[in-house]
Design a protein around this ligand. Structure first.
Ligand SMILES: Nc1ncnc2c1ncn2[C@@H]1O[C@H](COP(=O)(O)OP(=O)(O)O)[C@@H](O)[C@H]1O
Ligand SMILES: [Mg+2]
Length: 166
């Protein structure tokens, strides 16, 4: 067999999933970071991605979800699904399931019809307050932590974000 006829072997592409750490100076920076994170997730995963959004009330979790949704083409408002637990978005590329588990009484409330299918199925699952669903949620492909950050000298509070990939 000549060299030309040898079956070509492709090296499996391995993406480096380096952790991310950043200061987000204002709301616009959080929204822009949403687009950046989406691009990274798309490079790493074909579909069916679980993202935990951790951080205190007001840390910017919903704002980041809005940035991701905006980058997928959703230009309207993003409701915080605090009372409904889930707000779905049927975007062109990726279906998005935005959860906010803050008011979850017990993880058993997550047994609603379709929950398992959503979690194991395709689409992007963004989950605020994942700690409230501990034991019921699948493991995350990416864990995002947001925190307020005081840059000093009386400047408005900024945000700090870190992302770890599984
Ligand atoms: N990087 C940032 N710097 C300053 N304020 C921000 C930043 N990101 C978001 N915010 C503001 O923080 C507030 C709370 O954000 P939100 O996304 O609702 O928080 P959470 O969902 O974590 O409770 C909003 O008023 C938003 O505009
Ligand atoms: Mg929120």
């Amino acid at each position: 067999m000549s060299k030309r006829d040898e079956p070509r072997t492709f090296q499996k592409r391995t993406f480096q999933k380096r952790p991310i750490q950043k200061v987000l100076q204002d709301e616009a920076a959080t929204l822009a970071f949403g687009a950046e994170l989406l691009a990274t997730l798309k490079a790493h995963y074909a579909d069916g991605v679980v993202v935990f959004l951790e951080g205190n009330l007001g840390a910017g979790k919903t704002t980041l979800a809005r940035g991701i949704l905006r980058a997928l083409g959703h230009l309207d408002a993003v409701k915080s699904p605090t009372y409904t637990l889930l707000e779905p978005y049927d975007m062109l590329d990726w279906e998005v399931f935005h959860f906010d588990l803050y008011r979850l009484g017990s993880p058993g409330e997550l047994e609603f019809t379709g929950f398992d299918e959503i979690m194991t199925g395709p689409g992007l699952k963004l989950i605020e307050w994942p700690e409230k669903g501990q034991g019921w949620l699948p493991s995350a492909h990416a864990k995002v932590r947001l925190a307020t950050y005081d840059a000093g000298s009386g400047a408005p509070l900024q945000r700090q974000v870190s992302v770890d990939f599984a």
